[in-house]
Design a protein around this ligand. Structure first.
Ligand code: NDP
Length: 499
């Protein structure tokens, strides 16, 4: 038995680990070598009901806890997360297949940053309402109230970060949460629940259930759930949002993208190539905001491709815990098959020109041969109507699209049903802002790609989502407004007086 094997995961509610009553479980695997990591017990409907009941019981007291007291608990959890960064990152690498060089520097910390941001926000009076003097003897005041029991549904690409980006504003606002991680990357959820408990979070405020889409569906459509915060594919998001709308639940939807990265003719070549590399190969391309449609001036073709081919040699697949490794496997066998089919389609059906990579696995040590690896792949001279250019692949597959005029590049960039991210590389700051103003996306970058700090509200336009996470706007989605008009005149006007 390898030392990577983890303890089985049961459910977590009422402040403790609970056995699942379904009698069913699934296994989570290490994507780099396909070895089994742990048994995960699946929640039955009765278990989900019990977890929701525990969150419902905890809500009145937690929502009435003064924000400064809630902030102290969340700050303690931040300190524990930072203290245990390396050990959590290690499990995150095993579960998701991401290189430890990434998980140890980004995944846990970028989640803890958001928790710290919202703890500071509420501790500093961020939940205060407004007061308006309407006339001499009348006032309006408004408060922000928590929503109730909320559901958080996570995707597999940034497991603990997603769990924190959802639970941080949810709990800071005074709500309680049932969180269901993706079945492909469930290991972080219990760790987070235990850290919250150790920090002093009362029983029932943060709870975890495991299972696939059917468990997610039962949870999100449950009548007690006031809000659903979902991260995943557009197709699943449409179903979940539809079901929530039918029951008048609040939703936040963080869905997929096929984002355009536009390089202008005056951009600096090395920066543009580095930006395109980060926007396609970081996390093995499994980033929702990836800039997979790279628009390049036609006159740049030779220089851009030459420099890109030099840079792509620095993509280093390898053992997850090797300091040199900067490229892991895909997260699961099913995802590897999907991405491979897209690469095959690009070559055989779209007939795109393959500049680098292609089918098959990169060269790897023998003990990694069973893992879900693909090669970083670049197609060039792509056309807008190719399937590889239209669909979100969610893997390390870059499409280069040449353009003649900037107006044409912007028009083509916007020609998609998705609108998650977009960006431009140029030295001309006026032109940069003009183009950003025209791009139809909720997250945009100028001369950089991918950074998503706690202060920055992020969310998609069009079919890429609803609402935002992070920043001051992010917490509004976890609150409801109550406005009160106070009349001190001592008389109640009426139109029903006797004539
Ligand atoms: P999925 O849509 O397949 O799954 C997302 C989550 O929803 C999983 O926990 C899944 O469970 C669960 N689920 C599946 N069916 C249902 C249902 N009917 N009701 C409720 N929950 C359900 O997405 P992936 O996990 O494949 O994630 C990749 C996608 O996430 C990409 O499209 C990516 O762009 C997007 N994403 C968006 C981000 C953003 O911020 N905009 C950030 C990160 C990713 P299970 O997996 O256990 O079956």
């Amino acid at each position: 038995m390898s030392s990577d094997v983890q303890s089985p995961r049961q459910l977590f509610y009422d402040g403790e680990i609970k056995s699942a009553t379904s009698g069913k479980s699934f296994q989570t695997l290490n994507p780099s070598n396909a070895n089994t990591l742990a048994d995960i017990h699946i929640a039955s409907n009765a278990d989900v009901d019990a977890a929701i009941a525990s969150a419902d019981r905890a809500f009145p007291s937690w929502s009435q806890t003064p924000p400064a007291a809630r902030a102290r608990i969340l700050q303690k959890a931040v300190a524990l997360l930072r203290e245990r960064n390396d050990e959590i990152a290690r499990v995150e690498s095993l579960d998701s297949g991401k290189a430890y060089t990434e998980t140890s520097t980004v995944d846990v910390l970028s989640g803890a940053d958001v928790l710290e941001y919202y703890a500071n926000f509420i501790g500093g009076g961020g939940l205060n309402g407004e007061t308006t003097q309407l006339r001499e003897d009348a006032w309006v005041y408004s408060n922000k109230a928590a929503l109730g029991v909320c559901a958080g549904i996570g995707a597999w690409n940034y497991p603990i970060q997603i769990a924190l980006w959802k639970s941080a504003p949810c709990l800071a606002a005074g709500n309680t949460m049932i969180y269901k991680p993706s079945e492909y990357t469930p290991l972080h959820a219990q760790t987070l629940a235990e850290i919250y408990r150790e920090a002093g979070l009362p029983a029932g405020v943060f709870n975890v259930v495991y299972g696939a889409g059917d468990v997610g569906s039962y949870l999100t459509s449950h009548p007690t759930i006031a809000k659903v915060s979902f991260t995943g594919q557009v197709s699943t998001g449409l179903k979940v949002a539809g079901s929530a709308a039918g029951r008048m639940k609040y939703v936040t939807m963080e869905l997929g993208g096929k984002s355009p990265l536009i390089i202008l003719p005056d951009a600096e070549l090395d920066n543009a190539v580095n930006g395109a590399m980060m926007a396609n190969f970081y996390s093995t391309g499994q980033v929702c905001t990836n800039g997979t449609r790279v628009f390049v001036p036609r006159g740049w073709k030779e220089a851009f491709e030459k420099r890109l081919l030099e840079q792509v040699e620095h993509v280093r697949p390898g053992p997850l815990f090797d300091e040199a490794t900067n490229f892991g496997p895909l997260s699961s066998a099913i995802h590897q098959e999907k991405v491979t089919e897209y690469i095959r389609h690009g070559i055989e059906t779209d007939k795109a020109k393959l500049l680098y990579g292609g089918l098959g696995k990169p060269s790897l040590p023998k003990d990694l041969e069973n893992g879900y690896w693909v090669r970083p792949t670049v197609f060039t001279d792509c056309r807008d109507n190719m399937k590889i250019v239209k669909d979100e692949i969610f893997g390390p597959v870059m499409s280069i699209l040449y353009y003649d005029t900037v107006e044409e590049a912007v028009r083509r960039a916007n020609n998609t049903e998705l609108g998650l991210a977009a960006g431009v590389f140029t030295k001309d700051i006026n032109q940069a802002h003009r183009i950003i103003g025209q791009l139809q996306a909720g997250i945009t970058w100028i001369n950089t790609w991918g950074e998503s700090p706690a202060e920055m509200a992020v969310g998609g336009w069009k079919k890429s989502g609803l609402g935002v996470e992070n920043g001051r706007k992010g917490i509004e989605a976890w609150l409801q407004n109550k406005s009160t008009l106070v009349d001190m005149s001592g008389t109640v006007p009426t139109v029903f007086a006797k004539l």
